[in-house]
Design a protein around this ligand. Structure first.
Ligand SMILES: *Cc1c(COP(=O)(O)O)cnc(C)c1O
Length: 427
């Protein structure tokens, strides 16, 4: 416990950070500009090495990582058990096909489903793929169960479900839809946490309601328990299924294994990805048996889905989390983080709200009309990086903290100190 509170530290990590030859950050920036499609607004940092909650750039500068690859590296960077599992599996069998049985995939499914309300898993490689699978499952289930084309998916405004056409359409943010039409039909959007709007949207045409229990990319908005209860009721009344997108909230991030466990509402299916592989790409759809049943051979597939290597990484993640009681650790350190941030808010009126659960935290700061600063969150973000702390700006006024789940108390103190200094400098 003590060791983990202080963060996982690999022997010799600091010395090995500078031991390999790397292109200089400027060189990587030039190559990126020359050869990569310009889809990302990247910070001017080139990361080359990581250990626990720390990463190092090409020039050997150290950063405390409160982004974790956007909630991917839950156990921190290069967790020794995940590294060992990948190394070991890589030399035995990296890939075969789902034409054959895959031991690690079956073991992973059993482990993920154990103690959950779900009966079956489907594996893929990312969050968007998991949501595509969920949308297809919902539509097929509605057709099989209700006998007619009943295909509507209700999602929330400010949601984020991915970038492929189905999940992009499910994403309730028009800025992401722009220029990519025509989009698939059958999606309707409602304001998040608005019971009345949901009551009007869920009808006999609804195949599924798809919601994040805590909206991530939209700005860290936590669902109200009462709201989710009512959504569950509406689904039951109309025969729609309730799907929760747990791509960001799943696997311990919120202080529960799955985010929905905070609300005592049980969805019919959930999607997972991000931290499921501890840094290795893997996604999953988990569903109750009755719903999962409608997927039969040929209805859905993914070439790479559930390959032996990805499943080995994920098995190592789940075993480590269980043996080291990581989920309870998240609850413990979350309290420390929220206490420190609420103190920060009391001291600085420019900090207007602290939102979130567990280690998924939004810090709302005063924006343009009040301060004249175009995007204070982005400014704070880049100034924090200059002081050796990586955080992320989800909107112009919302900072998002997603430290690795193994984060220690000292590292939290250090991070909040930096944020406080930067806020003092910005306003
Ligand atoms: C990141 C995210 C996705 C998309 O995952 P990808 O792996 O980038 O496709 C979907 N839903 C939520 C809630 C996410 O946070």
């Amino acid at each position: 416990m003590e060791g983990r509170k202080a963060g996982v530290c690999l022997k010799g990590a600091d010395s090995c950070a500078g031991s390999m030859e790397h292109l200089k950050t400027e060189e990587v920036k030039e190559l990126t500009k020359e050869y990569l499609m310009n889809t990302y607004g990247r910070d001017g940092i080139s990361l080359v090495h990581g250990s626990g909650a720390r990463v190092w750039d090409a020039e050997g500068r150290e950063y405390l990582d409160f982004v974790s690859g956007i909630a991917v590296c839950g156990l921190g960077h290069c967790h020794p058990r995940v590294v060992a599992a990948i190394r070991e599996q890589a030399q035995r069998l990296m890939h075969c096909s789902n034409l054959y049985h895959i031991e690690n995939q079956a073991l992973l499914a059993r482990m993920l489903l154990a103690g959950s309300p779900f009966g079956k898993a489907f594996f893929c490689n990312s969050g968007t793929e998991a949501n595509e699978a969920a949308i297809k499952l919902a539509r097929k289930y509605a057709r099989v169960k209700h006998g007619v084309a009943r295909y509507e998916i209700v999602t929330a405004l400010k949601s984020f479900h991915g970038r492929t056409l189905g999940s992009l359409t499910a994403t309730g943010q028009t800025k992401y839809h722009k220029d990519f039409g025509p989009l698939p039909e059958g999606f309707t959007y409602v304001p998040f946490n608005d019971i009345l709007a949901m009551e009007q949207a869920v009808t006999g045409k609804t195949a599924a309601v798809l919601l994040e229990p805590i909206q991530g990319e939209g700005g860290i908005y936590v669902a109200d328990e009462e709201y989710l209860w009512r959504v569950r009721e509406l689904c039951d009344e109309t025969g729609a299924i309730l799907i929760m997108d747990e791509v960001q909230t799943g696997i311990g991030r919120t202080g529960r294994m799955f985010g929905f466990e905070h609300f005592r509402v049980v969805p019919d299916a959930i999607t997972l990805a991000k931290s499921l592989g501890g840094g290795f790409p893997i996604g999953a759809l988990l569903a109750k048996d009755e719903v999962a049943e409608v997927f039969t051979p040929g209805t859905h597939a993914a070439t790479f889905g559930g390959n032996p290597l990805a499943c080995a990484a994920s098995l190592a993640v789940l075993k480590t989390m269980q043996e080291e009681d990581i989920v309870n650790h998240v609850t413990d350190v979350s309290q420390i983080l929220f206490n420190r941030l609420n103190t920060l808010k009391e001291r600085h009126p420019q900090v207007t709200e602290i939102r979130g659960r567990g280690l998924m935290v939004g810090i709302e700061v005063l924006g343009k009309p009040e301060t004249g600063i175009e995007s204070p969150a982005k400014l704070i973000c880049s100034m924090c990086a200059g002081m050796g702390l990586l955080v992320n700006a989800v909107t112009d006024t919302t900072l998002r903290l997603l430290p690795p789940l193994i984060i220690g108390e000292e590292e939290i103190e250090q991070a909040v100190d930096v944020i406080e200094q930067v806020i003092c400098a910005v306003y």
